[in-house]
Design a protein around this ligand. Structure first.
Ligand SMILES: [Zn+2]
Length: 112
């Protein structure tokens, strides 16, 4: 058994129920927990497995991307927000937003 690198008093025991948050989702992974200070240490390969799983689920690196076409109205260019995003963000349609231009081909829309 290894002594705890955090408190140096307790011993580390193998556990399989460490809750770790990644990109807003909780993953339960293997690791070690200190018997004294309860500090948890995730195994390196468990951390990597978690990232692989997150990638498979599309939670990692790639934000929710949907393709939409812009349209023209008399007052300018219109972007319709897809219904699922609308629901997900609880949009009422009356919110103020800010649109930021990032680089040459990206816009970031923030709901205020
Ligand atoms: Zn400890």
């Amino acid at each position: 058994m290894k002594p705890c690198p955090s408190c140096e008093k307790g011993n580390l025991t193998e556990v399989e129920d460490i809750a770790n948050e990644l990109e807003g989702y909780i993953f339960i992974v293997n690791g070690q927990r200190c018997s004294s200070c309860s500090e948890e240490f995730i195994e390196e390969h468990a951390g990597q497995k978690m990232i692989t799983t997150a990638k498979k689920l599309g939670l990692w690196g790639e934000p929710l991307k949907l393709h939409r076409k812009l349209s023209r109205s008399a007052r300018g260019t219109v972007l319709r927000i897809p219904t699922d995003i609308e629901k997900n963000l609880h949009l009422k349609g009356t919110e103020d937003i800010t649109i930021a231009k990032i680089g040459d081909r990206k816009l970031l829309i923030e709901i205020e």
